[in-house]
Design a binder for this molecule. Structure first.
Ligand SMILES: [Zn+2]
Length: 158
């Protein structure tokens, strides 16, 4: 089991393959759900089961809540002021068992921003009721949304 969900190419490919079939996974109450379960083959179901811990976090990474924070971090607008309650970066309420710290969305965005690994156990930072949807609609290069949010290379003038 890879310790970095971003390095799990099978799980990433699976998300994209499912999206091509019109199957979007989302996270609810700590598990993966879809409204298009009838389109899942037995192989899809087996692959989802096999990669479930990494898929849970990958789906949350693809959610707008993470991407918005990633872009705000890059723009220097997230964390400019420290919130006294909830997540100290964005102010969102934290799960009742964690009075201090960052919310799961900010933790994911910070990891992506820093280029660090994203362990599957980051799921523990989210409350059980979390939701996230994937929207990997950017086809070229089969990239997931957070890949497309990476800064583009500046072309050097000759
Ligand atoms: Zn936050």
């Amino acid at each position: 089991m890879p310790s970095d969900v971003l390095a799990n190419v099978e799980a990433r490919g699976l998300l994209l393959d499912l999206d091509e079939k019109g199957v979007r996974l989302f996270v609810r109450a700590g598990t993966l759900m879809t409204k298009a379960a009838a389109r899942l083959t037995p192989d899809d179901r087996a692959a989802i089961r096999q990669h479930k811990p990494d898929l849970l976090v990958l789906v949350l990474i693809c959610a707008d809540a993470t991407l918005d924070r990633l872009l705000a971090l890059r723009a220097g607008t997230l964390g400019r002021e420290r919130h006294e309650r909830g997540c100290y970066l964005c102010g969102q309420p934290l799960p009742s068992d964690r009075p201090l710290g960052r919310c799961g969305w900010c933790a994911l965005a910070c990891r992506l921003h820093a280029g660090g690994p994203v362990p599957a156990d980051l799921i523990a930072l989210f409350p059980e009721s979390i939701r996230g949807t994937t929207c990997p609609q950017l086809r070229p290069g089969r990239a997931l949304p957070f890949d497309c949010a990476q800064p583009t290379l500046e072309l050097q003038e000759a």
